[in-house]
Design a protein around this ligand. Structure first.
Ligand code: ATP
Ligand code: MG
Length: 639
């Protein structure tokens, strides 16, 4: 039985769900009217499976909806409260953003960027990143933002794939007090890409860089640019951006998003999930290089004219208290982060957050991975002081915005730690078996989406066939996200991990999330990852990797027994791992997700493959070393 928490913000609007259930198309039609359109649409949805066009015939501009519309009432309101890793700060108002975006849009135009072109952006977390994105949107060029931790090879592939003639970068970016030489990385990435015509360089760190004939400084270009650039009137399905997925399960996919549908989805979910008010200070810790940053740092808060904190650096630098210092300093009211970050903060202990004033917080959120109930409860108690609802938002780069989440801005429902709760209104999500049939309550299966939704990707960039195969071929006319899930008696959805990672042991199917959550609920364990490796007798056996909490030095052989017993009691003997390895780090993607495919590769003695999205290459080597050592000792013991 899961625990239930009755906590909300007092909102209860039943009518909205009723409307959505009655007719999802006219429901979204109504939501789209919250945006400013240059001309209205003729058709709400043109659905030619698996391609959806929303608000056909309508014209709109994302930059207009995030900036122009706020000028009359909010030009002096803070849009971005920026905190540099080195302690610098900047406050940019909606008025200042408006001017900067128009100037930069004119810069892009002067370099020959036109409607329909692609522009690659490789910038650190500085205000110029959203400025560059909104400037692209203003003139109808699609941005393709690459996370500023990526290597030259990853950039080269992405620039070539999107055929960007203009690249925007910085001399460097700060990460853990060190300068990451971004411009040097770009120089290497484009050395063989002759079609790249211009590189715009923002001076962030003033480190030494070499400038070629293609390179121009941001400041020099913007100083001479005019501050007036009217927003282009674009068709609703005009490409807004290409963004590559995290690469957790393999090679990243170039997800293409449109404009009108995407913005409608973001406007609505930001209001329902975060209950955004004019007085709020919102803080989403995601890097803009990931979809969470695109949707809930750049577009959604700006659509609502919200004030938000933007932080440049690592969340635990220079001290593990950095995040809480920022929350206190800016009086953050809504905080949105990842389970991985929370597990890290939890590992540091309660004294750190307890020494800050977090009393302004009224709503907390998570995204990116299943959150273990243990971590949820810690977040609720230690950070939210038992007064803030927590939203656990499930979505993907492909979905554009959240699809499963509790919505405290709309309704008050009981919260169950570890469950994303219900699909958002207007979205039909369910759990099915291998053949596409609905599974009974409390039965594991695959998550599917049965109707198109407005934030849905248009396609995979330049590859309609792959788009069809990856998402639409497993079940007819149903979107297949690739996640394993179950619905409980209250129709709450529980995400159980990636479908590819489902552990099949002696005919039983176990989600990685179930097992990991169980291990993390042991008081000494901070993080865990489970995966399956082939076994001649059982078909597959489970192995697990765990990271201990800081300061824990228990005998690992005793801990291993305790963990096995816990799994036996909580899940069943069948789920007991064959081996549990104690490691100091887990291999993660740059967006902080555990890469089980790597653990699996190590377990199977396979090659590790493409590791370009790893946060820290050393972690893989370390896991490999620990594994090798253990294998060796096991072999020796069995002689
Ligand atoms: P790739 O598709 O390249 O393997 P990725 O799936 O990690 O990378 P994203 O689009 O960033 O790329 O992540 C979406 C995935 O993250 C979801 O499919 C799901 O597995 C996981 N996820 C996101 N939010 C949640 C959540 N609240 N609960 C559980 N899982 C989540
Ligand atoms: Mg994915």
């Amino acid at each position: 039985m899961s625990e239930i928490f009755h906590i909300g913000l007092g909102n209860n609007d039943d009518a909205l769900r009723k409307k959505a259930d009655a007719d999802f198309v006219s429901f979204w039609d109504e939501q789209a009217k919250n945006l400013s359109w240059f001309s209205p649409w003729e058709k709400t949805l043109d659905w030619r499976p698996p391609f959806a066009k929303w608000f056909v015939g309508g014209t709109i501009n994302a930059s207009y909806n995030t900036l122009d519309i706020h000028q009359a009432a909010k030009s002096d309101k803070s849009a971005i409260l920026w905190e540099g890793e080195n302690g610098e700060s900047r406050n940019l108002t909606y008025g200042q953003m408006f001017t900067q975006v128009q100037k930069f849009a004119n810069v892009l135009k002067s370099l020959g960027v036109k409607k329909g072109d692609r522009v690659t952006i490789y910038l650190p977390m500085v205000p110029e990143l959203p400025i560059a994105m909104l400037a692209c949107a203003r003139i109808g060029a699609a941005h393709t933002v690459i996370f500023s931790g990526f290597s030259a090879t990853s950039i080269k592939d992405r620039v070539a794939d999107s055929n960007s003639k203009v690249i925007i970068t910085a001399d460097g970016g700060y990460r853990r007090g060190k300068i990451v030489p971004l411009k040097d990385v770009i120089d290497e990435a484009i050395s063989e890409l002759d079609f790249v015509e211009h590189v715009i360089v923002l001076e962030r760190t003033k480190n030494k860089i070499s400038m070629s004939s293609k390179d121009q400084l941001w400041t020099e270009l913007i100083d001479s640019a005019s501050s007036s650039c009217p927003a282009e009137e674009l068709p609703s399905d005009h490409p807004l951006y290409i963004l590559y997925t995290s690469g957790t399960t393999g090679k990243p996919k170039g997800v293409l998003h449109g404009t009108g549908g995407y913005l409608t989805h973001l406007y609505s979910t930001f209001k329902w999930a975060f209950d955004i008010k004019d007085s709020d200070v919102f803080f989403c810790t995601a890097d803009i290089g990931w979809v969470t940053g695109h949707s809930y740092v750049v577009y959604a808060p700006f659509l609502h004219g919200a004030t938000q904190v933007m932080y440049e650096g690592a969340p635990d630098f220079p001290e593990p208290s950095r995040m809480w210092e920022i929350l206190q300093k800016y009086n953050v009211t809504i905080f949105y982060t990842t389970p991985t970050a929370l597990r890290m903060f939890m590992k540091f202990g309660d004294d750190i957050p307890n020494s800050f004033d977090l009393s302004q917080l009224r709503l907390l959120g998570t995204v990116g991975e299943p959150i273990n109930p243990e971590v949820w409860k810690w977040y609720f108690k230690t950070i939210g002081k038992e007064k803030c609802p927590i939203i656990d938002t499930w979505w993907q780069t492909e979905t554009g915005g959240m699809l499963i989440s509790s919505l405290p801005g709309l309704e008050t429902i009981p919260l169950k730690p570890g469950s994303g709760t219900l699909p958002i209104p207007g979205v039909n999500i369910t759990v099915v078996d291998e053949n596409g049939g609905d599974v009974p309550a409390n039965t594991k299966g695959y998550l599917v989406i049965k109707n198109p939704w407005p934030g849905m990707l248009l396609t995979l960039w330049g590859d309609d066939e792959k788009y069809k195969t990856v998402y639409w071929s497993k079940y007819e006319n149903c979107y297949y996200p690739g996640d394993y899930a179950l619905k409980d008696d209250d129709d709450y959805i529980w995400l159980l991990g990636r479908a590819d990672d489902v552990l099949k042991v002696a005919g039983h199917r176990i989600g990685t999330a179930e097992l990991e959550s169980c291990m993390v609920s042991h008081p000494s364990i901070a993080e865990s990852a489970a995966c399956g490796i082939p076994d001649e007798v059982k078909g597959e056996v489970i192995i697990a990797f765990v990271v201990l909490k800081q300061g824990i030095s228990n005998d690992t052989s005793i801990l291993e027994k305790e963990l096995s017993n816990k799994i036996r009691t909580d899940i069943g003997a069948i789920a007991t791992p064959k081996q549990i390895y104690f490691v100091s780090k887990l291999p993660k993607t740059r967006s902080g997700k555990i890469m089980r495919r790597l653990l699996k590769a190590i377990g199977n003695n396979e090659k590790i493959g493409d590791v370009s999205t790893l946060e820290d290459g050393a972690a893989v080597t370390e896991v490999q070393q620990v594994f090798d050592e253990l294998q060796k000792s096991i072999k020796e013991n069995s002689r």
